[in-house]
Structures are given as structure tokens and as C-alpha cells.
Ligand binder design. Structure first.
Ligand code: LER
Ligand code: MN
Length: 273
């Protein structure tokens, strides 16, 4: 059974980013629960930006779960990436993500590696970048496994990374890493740019799909763009996907409308008339 989630940014520097709620966790929980979402997906500045006791109290009060915790604050605030030419920066990037994995696991959620993957450029070859990324995913995947969680890795569109842009390439590469605890985050916005056939690519990645960013072609709430959702949901059903459809969407025309449009789209997608 797929569940619904909505994103919350706790990071003012991410302004302009694809997150629905921006006015603190409590406000987000009130609105998410009122609309009937199952969970919130959190984008904190860093691990210390989440107080697990307070988050758990808010979740319990509002009957919500945490779907996932993003690590992009490490890029947005500190410019850390796992493929940086400087070994000290790469090491700090790993530690940053490790601490996100720990706080996420304490909330029963997986961590996401998206923008923290970086890109290959300058003195760093693609082969070198992928070797560093692979080692990091093996190490961090094991850290997540110790805490009973998968680790989510997100292929991004070509304007955000030159490492992996498509699910099929990602799946093939992940299958040869050690550990087997890294799952793919399939973001329908990136997929709209990069995939020839989004539904077929989901089927190709199969059991590796661990999370979905449920978003339309223009990065607005599903229904406000032109992505055809029924074949995508049929593909997710076919592969037995039972995770979240999480609205990582622009808060347009305003957070409340984007959230309402999302929950209506999820209900329609999961229970077509
Ligand atoms: C993160 O989930 C993502 O999709 C990237 O485009 C960073 O915004
Ligand atoms: Mn995403």
C-alpha cells in the first residue's frame, strides 16, 4: 500500500526550492494532518537542526510519520559533496550524511543523498568520481543498515549532476556495489526530463525503488503539469512498491493549495473512479 507524504523545508537558505511547507515543523504538521497526509519529509539544515524528542512529540500529536530526511543542507549551506576534489571536503560530506542517517533512523526514516553526490569536473574524472561515490554509498549504506534503514540515492536531471541521470543506469551501477542497502529515489520531475519511458524505467529498476518524489513535469503539484500519472502508478504497483509518494514540489501558487492538490492527486491515482 503506497502512502502519502509532503515536504517541509527547515532551511531558509533553500528558498526557491521544491518544498511545500516553510513555516516550521509544527505548522507543517498541522496542515499535513488536516489534509490527511500519512507523513512529512524533512529537509533540515543539518542533523542538529532536528531535535528527535520534539519531532516525535509533534508526529504523535498529529498522527504523522517521517517519510525521509534529506541531506541537501550539506550542499546548500556548506558546499560539501561526496565527489569533491579535496579529500577533506569529501570526508566532511560523509560525516554530514552519517549524522543525518542517525537522526533519520531515530525517527524511523531513511536518509536521502541527492545534491550531496556532486558532479565530476575539472581534475576529477568521471571514473574517479564514481569510485568515490561508490565507496561512500557502501560505507553509508552499511551505517544505515546497522540502524535498520535503507539509504536512498537519487539520480538527478542533467542540470544538477552529470553522475547518474536515469534510473536504469543507476540500478545497473548500484547492483554491483557491496552491501545492497542502497535504494533509488525516483523523482518524477527529473525522470520527466531524462527518461524515455518513466513507467518502463521504474519496472527496470524494480525492487531497487525505495522512495518516490511525486511531482509533475514542471515541478509543481501533480495535476498542475502534464505528466501522465496512471502508467507510473501502474508500474509502481507492478513492482510491488509499498513506500511513499512524497510531494517534493514547488509551493505554488501557495503551500496550502500545492498540498491540497497533491493529496487529491494521490487519492485519485491510488483509487481511480
Ligand atoms: C532533491 O530531492 C532533488 O530532487 C534535487 O533536485 C535537489 O533539489
Ligand atoms: Mn527529488
Amino acid at each position: 500500500m503506497m502512502r502519502s507524504a509532503v515536504t517541509v523545508s527547515l532551511l531558509p537558505q533553500a528558498s526557491g526550492g521544491p518544498f511545500v511547507f516553510w513555516n516550521g515543523l509544527e505548522d507543517a504538521c498541522v496542515h499535513a494532518a488536516a489534509l490527511g497526509f500519512d507523513a512529512v519529509e524533512l529537509f533540515p539544515p543539518d542533523a542538529a537542526g532536528l531535535d528527535p524528542a520534539r519531532v516525535r512529540m509533534l508526529l504523535q500529536t498529529h498522527g504523522l510519520a517521517v517519510a525521509a530526511v534529506g541531506s541537501g543542507g550539506g550542499w546548500v549551506v556548506h558546499r560539501l559533496t561526496l565527489t569533491h576534489a579535496d579529500a577533506a571536503v569529501r570526508a566532511r560530506a560523509r560525516e554530514f550524511i552519517r549524522s543525518i542517517i542517525e537522526v533519520a533512523a531515530s525517527l524511523g526514516a531513511p536518509a536521502i543523498i541527492g545534491s550531496m553526490q556532486g558532479r565530476w569536473e575539472g581534475e576529477v574524472s568521471r571514473e574517479q568520481a564514481l569510485a568515490w561515490l561508490g565507496e561512500a554509498l557502501e560505507e553509508l549504506g552499511a551505517a544505515a543498515q546497522e540502524r535498520g534503514m535503507p539509504l536512498l540515492y537519487e539520480p538527478l536531471n542533467r542540470y544538477e549532476t552529470n553522475l547518474f541521470n536515469r534510473l536504469g543506469d543507476t540500478a545497473q551501477w548500484l547492483r554491483q556495489l557491496r552491501g545492497g542497502n542502497v535504494r533509488i529515489l525516483a523523482d518524477l520531475f527529473h525522470m520527466n526530463i531524462e527518461e524515455a519511458d518513466p513507467a518502463a524505467s521504474l519496472i527496470e529498476a524494480g525492487a531497487l525503488i525505495g522512495h518516490v518524489h511525486f511531482v509533475d513535469s514542471n515541478r509543481r503539484a501533480v495535476g498542475f503539469g502534464h505528466t501522465e500519472i496512471p502508467p507510473i502508478v501502474a508500474a509502481l504497483r507492478e513492482i510491488g512498491y509499498a513506500g511513499y509518494l512524497s510531494a517534493e514540489v514547488l509551493p505554488l501558487p501557495d503551500p496550502q493549495t500545492a498540498a491540497r492538490q497533491t493529496i487529491e492527486s494521490i487519492r485519485k491515482a491510488l483509487n481511480p473512479a
